[in-house]
Design a binder for this molecule. Structure first.
Ligand SMILES: Nc1ncnc2c1ncn2[C@@H]1O[C@H](COP(=O)(O)OP(=O)(O)O)[C@@H](O)[C@H]1O
Ligand SMILES: [Mg+2]
Length: 471
């Protein structure tokens, strides 16, 4: 079943373009005013609304606030120019808006944002359904049901839950408990896909700043000057192309949390600016001479070893110490395989609804295989695996299949042993000048076996497959 999207904008061109963007994947209704939108909302099963902020009769924020009463579960998104930010922050804080999209938007990014938002919607609906079912059943709740109930009752959705029971994750939960309630800077380290962003969101969503904005910026994604103006803002005319005053993310996130991902990619000059804002909350927009003040909780993340970056002079040590007030290291998944079954199950829940599957779990063989894999892409990779498994599999239990990565630890171990053996045979071949009897004796194997191995490893064979050099 296709989701139904409602797009609202007073400009015909924009409506047309949005409709074109989404018509292939969703059912789209396009209307040009808030009043029409509200009427349609009352009649149809709308999953997501995208409204323009600036409309003559009713603003986007106003429309979305009223939409809540009609369709509380519909996802609400708003299209906005940067200058509208102040009004929006309020709407976001009050929970009226799920996400805002800056104009002009990138078509792919918008599609992705909508897709993600709809996943959120599906989970919320699924949670509601679960909650109802559970309330109805209301008896003989086994542990599993209790767990579901807890999750179903949770805001926003269990999608944001941090899963894990390995000692490493337990330790992280302990530490989270200590850091969530204060404003200390947190430095998250760990390989990509281990859950750094998720943890940052968790810290924000469970602390005193939860009603405020959580914003993420990847410091490796922009060239230095753009990153500077993105983070700190700029004054009109500060550089070519700066046609308007621009509020940076530190200002937008004021009162909330800013996640600076790939912090090691920040240039030296920006590191200085960041250090200052961390110390006293003061910064200057590019091109301005006066200081501004904000209160932002900074969480930094990196998949690199910052102390090594300090050695090579790429990262300032004073900034490092400032960021490292509260370090949290997330170990790679292969070092906490106890978490794999739980995470696999969590991912299954996440995707089975989306893919319309009745799957309830994994066969023993599948779990075994999942446990043995080493996940270079960590939890993100596990998640992708499960999604593929669900796409390829419509049985109640997921069987091993082509979706499982081709990785067999026994194989790699074997080939390591083979290498060792080969080197040893080669060494002895040198030492005993090709005397098979002596080599076999040293190795403790029969001459026939040695022959076979030498043939396999092509030791002593100038040009296979002819006879060896000597006996
Ligand atoms: N402990 C966890 N429990 C549940 N989901 C997790 C956990 N760790 C990671 N994930 C999921 O794996 C994916 C990658 O995590 P993410 O936070 O983006 O990793 P990183 O920022 O370290 O690259 C996300 O979809 C996230 O929700
Ligand atoms: Mg991340």
């Amino acid at each position: 079943m296709k989701h139904h999207l409602l797009v609202v904008d007073d400009e015909k061109e924009i409506l047309r373009s949005l409709t074109l963007t989404f018509a292939k994947d969703y059912e789209v209704s396009a209307v040009s005013s808030g009043t029409e939108a509200l009427a349609l909302l009352a009649q149809r099963d709308i999953a997501l609304i995208i409204a323009d902020q600036r409309m003559p009769e009713m603003s986007g924020a106003e429309l979305l606030a009223r939409a809540i009463e009609i369709k509380p579960n519909a996802i609400r998104m708003i299209l906005t120019g940067y200058t509208d930010t102040a009004a929006l922050v309020q709407a976001i804080n009050q929970g009226h808006i799920y996400q805002y999209i800056n104009k002009p938007w990138d078509r792919q990014e918008l599609k992705l944002a909508v897709q993600r938002a709809l996943e959120h919607y599906e989970l919320a609906m699924e949670n509601q359904r679960l909650l109802k079912a559970l309330q109805a059943a209301n008896e003989r709740l086994n542990d599993e049901n209790l767990l579901l109930k807890k999750e179903a009752g949770r805001e926003p959705a269990f999608m944001d839950a941090v899963i894990g029971q390995s000692p490493a994750m337990r330790r992280i939960f302990d530490l989270l408990g200590k850091v969530i309630d204060n404003a200390a800077t947190v430095l998250l380290t760990g390989e990509t896909g281990t859950g750094k962003t998720l943890l940052a969101r968790h810290i924000h969503a469970h602390g005193p700043r939860k009603g405020k904005l959580f914003i993420e910026q990847n410091c490796g994604a922009l060239p230095e000057t753009l990153l500077e103006s993105e983070l700190f803002g700029h004054k009109r005319g500060a550089f070519t192309g700066a046609v308007q005053d621009h509020k940076g993310l530190f200002e937008v996130a004021d009162g909330g949390t800013l996640l600076l991902d790939e912090i090691s990619e920040m240039s030296a000059a920006l590191q200085v600016k960041l250090l200052q804002i961390l110390q006293d909350g003061r910064f200057r927009r590019v091109g301005e001479s006066h200081y501004r003040q904000v209160d932002v909780r900074v969480i930094a993340a990196t998949n690199r070893d910052l102390s090594a970056e300090i050695e090579t002079g790429r990262f300032r040590s004073d900034l490092y110490y400032r960021l490292n007030v509260f370090p949290l290291h997330v170990p790679p998944l292969r070092e906490r395989s106890e978490d794999i079954p739980l995470l696999a199950e969590h991912c299954l829940r996440k995707y089975r609804h989306k893919l319309n599957r009745q799957t309830t779990g994994f066969t023993e063989a599948t779990l075994q295989a999942l446990l043995q894999y080493d996940y270079p892409g960590n939890v993100r990779e596990l998640e992708n695996l499960i999604e593929r498994a669900l796409i390829l599999n419509s049985d109640t239990l997921i069987e091993p299949g082509e979706w499982l990565p081709r990785f067999c630890p026994d194989d790699s171990e074997l080939s390591r042993l083979e290498q060792v053996e080969r080197a040893e045979i080669a060494r002895l071949f040198e030492l005993h000048q090709g005397n098979i009897r002596l080599i076999a004796k040293d190795l403790g194997i029969s001459r026939t076996t040695l022959w076979r191995r030498m043939k396999e490893y092509r030791i002593g064979f100038r040009t296979a497959p002819n006879p060896p050099v000597s006996i």
